[in-house]
Design a binder for this molecule. Structure first.
Ligand SMILES: *Cc1c(COP(=O)(O)O)cnc(C)c1O
Length: 418
C-alpha cells in the first residue's frame, strides 16, 4: 500500500498534487512519500514481532537520500552500509553508530579504519583475508571489531541474475563448507569479536522458499560453530524481500516473510538482524516525467519522455517493469513504446505497453521508483542529475537539488599541454 492516489482526476502524493511539484522543480523529478516510508517501516517491524530479539538495519544503497534516512532513523532503524560514503550519510541522518552494519565485498583498509573510529556496530566480513586485515587495524588502534561472517549458502534466489548474490559462483561471502573453519580461526584473532553469521541471497525475491532454505542452512551452520565452542549470538538474515511492480501483482509480504523467519529461528536463541531495502523504499517513490512528444513507430507509437535511463536505470539494467501512468489521465488508453531521449536503444522503459493515452506536454509517472532509482542515477549524455523531493501530508520539500551539467563541467579541466 502506498500514498500515491488520484484525487479529482489528478495523481497526488499524500495531499500534494504532483503537477504542483513538477511546476516548481521541473521534470524529471523523484517524489517520496513520508507516510509511505513510515508505514512500510512499521509494517516490516510489526511483521517480526514473533521473534524475540530483532535488529533492523535499512539497506542504505536502496535509497541513500538524507531525508529518507532521517525518516527511518526516527523509526528506530539502523543502517546497512556498503561504503564509507553510505556510513557517513547514515551518521549524518542521525543513525546511531552501534546500529550500523558495514557490508560489502571490497571494504578498503581505509574504510575499515574509518568505520572502527566511528564505532559502528558490526562488520560483515566477506572473507578470511578481510578479517585478518581488520584484526590488524583494530589491534593497532587498541580496539576490537565486532564481526559477523558472511556466508554464501549456495541457494538460488530465483531473481534476476544481476541481483542474485547467494549462488556458489557469486562473489559474496565465504563458501558454506569452509565457513565453520574460518569462523574458528577468526575467533582466535585478538582484534576481532566474532559474534555471528550473515547471509543475503539476493534482491527482489518473490517467493519465500529460497530464503527459507538459506536460513535453515545458516541455522545448521550456527549450531555446528557453537558445538565447536564459539559464540554465535547474532544471525543477520540480510534483505531481499521483493515488492510488487505491477498493479494487482500479489507477492508474499512482510507478514508472510516474518512468519516464515519466526518459524525457522524458533529455537536459535540469537538476536536476528534484518537488512531490508526495497521493501521499505520501493513503493514510497515515483518518478515524474513530462512527455516531450509522441512519434509514430513501426508497431506502436513511441512516447518520448524527458526521463531517461540515466535517471531510472532499472529497465535498461535489469529488464525491470515500472508501471507508467498519466498524472491526469484522459480516460483513453493506447498501446505504446515508452522511451527516453538518450542515444542508445537500451533507453527504453517499456515496449508495447497498454497505458494511459498521453500527448506532448502531459505529465506521467513511473511508479515504484523509490528503491534503486535516484541512487543509481548518473549524468550520461551530459544530462542533469535528477532531483528528489519528499511529501509529508500537505507539505513538500526538495530533498536533493538538480545538479546541472554546468556544475559538472566546472569540475573538469583541460590540461595546459592541450
Ligand atoms: C542490497 C543488499 C540488501 C538490501 O536488499 P533489498 O533487496 O533492497 O532488500 C541487504 N543486505 C545486503 C548485504 C545487500 O547487499
Amino acid at each position: 500500500m502506498d500514498h500515491f492516489s488520484y484525487n479529482s482526476g489528478v495523481l497526488h502524493a499524500e495531499e500534494v498534487p504532483l503537477p504542483a511539484i513538477a511546476a516548481a522543480v521541473g521534470t524529471p523529478v523523484y517524489v517520496y512519500s513520508r507516510a509511505t516510508l513510515t508505514r512500510h517501516a512499521r509494517v516490516f517491524r510489526e511483521a517480526l514481532s514473533g521473534i524475540a530479539r530483532v535488529e533492523i538495519a535499512f539497506a542504505v544503497k536502496s535509497n541513500p537520500n538524507l531525508a529518507v534516512l532521517r525518516v527511518l532513523a526516527n523509526e528506530g532503524y539502523g543502517a546497512d552500509v556498503v561504503s564509507q560514503g553510505e556510513m557517513d550519510r547514515a551518521l549524518a541522518a542521525g543513525m546511531a553508530a552501534e546500529a550500523i552494519v558495514f557490508s560489502g565485498v571490497g571494504k578498503t583498509g581505509s574504510e575499515l579504519s574509518a568505520a572502527l573510529d566511528a564505532g559502528i556496530g558490526q562488520f560483515n566480513l566477506e572473507s578470511e583475508e578481510e578479517g585478518v586485515e581488520l584484526a590488524e587495524i583494530a589491534t593497532a588502534k587498541g580496539l576490537r571489531a565486532v564481526c559477523a561472517l558472511r556466508v554464501n549458502p549456495d541457494v538460488d534466489a530465483g531473481t534476476h541474475a544481476k541481483i542474485s548474490t547467494g549462488k556458489a559462483d557469486n562473489k559474496f561471502g565465504v563458501a558454506y563448507d569452509r565457513a565453520a573453519a574460518i569462523y574458528g580461526r577468526l575467533s582466535s584473532l585478538p582484534g576481532l569479536e566474532m559474534r555471528g553469521l550473515a547471509v543475503h541471497i539476493g534482491s527482489q525475491i518473490t517467493t519465500l522458499e529460497p530464503s527459507r532454505a538459506a536460513f535453515v542452512k545458516m541455522g545448521e551452520l550456527m549450531r555446528a560453530i557453537r558445538v565447536a565452542g564459539h559464540t554465535v549470538s547474532h544471525m543477520d538474515l540480510g534483505g531481499g524481500l521483493g515488492v510488487p511492480y505491477r498493479a494487482g501483482e500479489v507477492l508474499p509480504g512482510p507478514a508472510e516473510y516474518g512468519a516464515m523467519v519466526a518459524d525457522v529461528v524458533r529455537d536459535w536463541d540469537a538476536t536476528i538482524c534484518f537488512e531490508p531495502g526495497r521493501v521499505i523504499t520501493g513503493n514510497s517513490g515515483v518518478l515524474i516525467t513530462e512527455v516531450i512528444r509522441v512519434k509514430p513507430g513501426a508497431s506502436a507509437p513511441f512516447v518520448v519522455v524527458d526521463a531517461a535511463m540515466n535517471d531510472l536505470v532499472r529497465p535498461a539494467m535489469y529488464d525491470a517493469w515500472h508501471d507508467f501512468a498519466a498524472v491526469a489521465p484522459s480516460g483513453e488508453r493506447f498501446t505504446a513504446h515508452i522511451v527516453g531521449p538518450i542515444c542508445e536503444s537500451s533507453d527504453t522503459f517499456a515496449m508495447n505497453r497498454e497505458t494511459d493515452r498521453v500527448v506532448a506536454g502531459d505529465l506521467a509517472v513511473f511508479r515504484t521508483a523509490g528503491a534503486y532509482g535516484a541512487t543509481m542515477a548518473n549524468t550520461y549524455n551530459s544530462r542533469p542529475l535528477v532531483p528528489e523531493t519528499m511529501v509529508d501530508g500537505a507539505k513538500w520539500a526538495v530533498v536533493a537539488d538538480r545538479i546541472q551539467p554546468a556544475t559538472i563541467l566546472a569540475a573538469e579541466r583541460v590540461p595546459e599541454w592541450l
